[in-house]
Design a protein around this ligand. Structure first.
Ligand SMILES: *[C@@H]1O[C@H](CO)[C@@H](O)[C@H](O)[C@H]1NC(C)=O
Ligand SMILES: *[C@@H]1O[C@H](CO)[C@@H](O)[C@H](O)[C@H]1NC(C)=O
Length: 521
């Protein structure tokens, strides 16, 4: 050994201690090191949150498992995951334990670090010990960045897994919504994200804008792939029969107060719903509806037809919001107020054109819901043309509801301006055009005038809703938007009419085409 004796005298003790600690370290690492480097065709997916509320990670898991990867999904329980995750034989859900409830009684300064320590221990325990064959790939969602990125980086080193970071958004930018940009927490969080997120086998991005930004700012190392969100295959436009079934099911859950029942058209289950009718329209008003539905006598049988959409249905407009301050629900409320006035004016004018009654349904839960719903109840006392409901839909009803609606509204504004709203992706999957609040990278998804409209203010939103719903149910402009959505959903390879004009496909197709080649290389 040729130690440089000029600077520091090297004693035998130093050498022995050095060799011994290197050997000990090697043994510790070797403990975790697989005999063969890693088992091929396996993947661990880490979500430091409720698995059932992380659709993109669930779709990833499904795609891995359908492509013959042994797939472990590690995250917290809470809501029910999509059924594919429970059905696929090659997929294992591994739930992390919640932090002990005694911790929650502690003040935040104590609770936060203890919670993180608990997370670190439980994640490492899963990734290093419970999964005994080291997975080939380790896919992690960011944010949350702390402590996940560091853990995944460490596990990647120890077990030789290829780390894939799925950049949904930037963790520090979400923190910066609550704290000033220069706050030490924001800086630490940014440093952490940039340090541990910089190097990976591959980086996935939800938008081109995010890729460009991170490549430029942080100099990411590894493969870089934009994997836009796409809806799963079963998201589609509903038939009149689907709509009839859905509303037969939902009607009992609607609020019973007079202001709503007087607003909606009359209906009688199971023959008609507020949207559909299966009695022959030509027979005149409500034929033989109070007869016993079981006795299928000839006259009733003749009167019962496959359901069709009724012409006097309200226009169904849907928005899903998290009811947080960064999604300004006030914009929608103001637009609805303007719509009400416009509809009333038109009803009294000589103009032949009329606006329909508008039933606004808002899905989602969140802190500002109470506040706005109270405001709406007040406003509705003077409204004749608009009602607004807040509904909670089961996971399997959600795509059906979108597939039944006439128009979607998106108020998403992004903390980083680099991510896109998944709810618009869902709406497009269900053939539902949207009006979406403008922000920087929105045009990557919403093509103004093609699959939806982009607004900057409540005035513009009100104008757009009016222009789309005028003369409902014969709505030319809306129909044009919808048909461009449905036709592009069908045709996957549309390269001859303008390459990047407007590509659309299902999550599987996109995944198979974009990510799979990298994984099977
Ligand atoms: C919204 O603002 C953007 C840029 O500020 C502009 O390009 C766009 O035309 C505006 N949209 C409408 C509908 O006016
Ligand atoms: C994606 O690949 C998997 C596995 O080869 C296959 O089962 C699936 O049908 C493919 N999906 C599409 C939409 O091509």
């Amino acid at each position: 050994m040729t130690a440089n004796t000029e600077n520091q005298p090297v004693t035998v003790f130093h050498v022995v201690a050095g060799v011994a600690s290197a050997w000990a370290l090697y043994r510790i690492i070797a403990l975790f090191r697989p005999k063969s480097r890693h088992s091929l065709r396996s993947a661990a997916i880490l979500v430091l949150g409720d698995i059932g509320r992380s659709p993109r990670m669930m779709y990833h898991a499904q795609s891995f498992a359908e492509n013959d990867f042994m797939t472990y999904v590690i995250g917290y329980g809470g809501s029910k995951p999509i059924s594919a995750l429970e059905r696929l034989p090659k997929l294992q859900l591994r739930y992390l334990p919640e932090p002990p409830s005694v911790l929650k009684a502690l003040p935040f300064v104590l609770f936060a670090p203890l919670k993180i320590m608990h997370q670190v221990a439980s994640v490492l325990c899963e990734l290093l010990i419970s999964i005994d064959e080291p997975p080939e790939y380790l896919l992690v969602q960011n944010p949350p960045s702390i402590p996940t990125l560091a853990l995944v980086w460490l596990v990647g080193r120890i077990r030789g897994c290829k780390v894939i970071i799925d950049w949904h958004n930037l963790g520090y930018s979400i923190l910066a919504l609550k704290l000033p940009k220069t706050h030490p927490f924001v800086r630490i969080s940014k440093w952490f994200e940039a340090t541990f997120g910089r190097t990976a086998y591959a980086h996935l991005f939800v938008t081109e804008a995010m890729k460009d930004h991170l490549v430029k700012e942080w100099g990411l190392v590894g493969e870089k792939i934009v994997l836009h969100d796409r809806p799963p295959k079963h998201f589609r436009r509903c038939s009149a029969q689907d709509i009839h079934d859905l509303f037969s099911r939902l009607t009992p859950t609607l609020p019973k107060h007079k202001s709503l029942t007087n607003f909606l058209p009359e209906f009688q289950l199971p023959y008609s719903t507020l949207m559909t009718d299966r009695t022959r329209p030509s027979e005149g008003a409500t034929p033989t509806l109070n007869m016993d539905p079981v006795s299928v006598t000839a006259p009733i049988y003749e009167n019962v037809q496959p359901p069709c959409l009724r012409r006097d249905r309200p226009a169904l407009v849907v928005s899903s919001t998290s009811w947080t301050p960064d999604e300004d629900f006030g914009i929608l409320l103001e637009a609805l107020n303007q719509y009400e006035r416009r509809a009333e004016d038109l009803a009294h004018s000589d103009d032949k054109k009329r606006l329909p009654k508008l039933l606004m349904v808002v899905t989602g839960k969140g802190p500002e819901r109470e506040y706005y719903m109270n405001k709406i109840t007040d406003l509705e006392k003077n409204w004749r043309w608009v009602r607004c409901l807040s509904l909670w839909l089961e996971a399997e009803d959600y795509p059906k509801f979108l597939g039944s609606a006439d128009l979607g509204v998106c108020l998403h504004s992004s903390s980083s301006a680099l991510d896109l709203p998944m709810k618009v992706v869902d709406m497009f999957g269900c053939g539902l055009p949207v009006c979406a609040l403008n922000f920087q990278c929105l045009p990557e998804l919403v093509k103004d005038g093609k699959n939806g409209l982009i607004f900057n203010s409540s005035d513009e939103l009100a104008e757009q809703i009016e222009s789309l719903l005028i003369s409902f149910p014969s709505t030319q402009r809306l129909d044009a938007l919808r048909s461009s959505l449905i036709s592009t959903t069908r045709s996957t390879d549309d390269s001859q009419n303008g390459a990047h004009e407007w590509e659309w496909c299902s999550w599987d197709e996109n995944w198979n085409r974009t990510l799979k080649p990298l994984l099977l290389r």
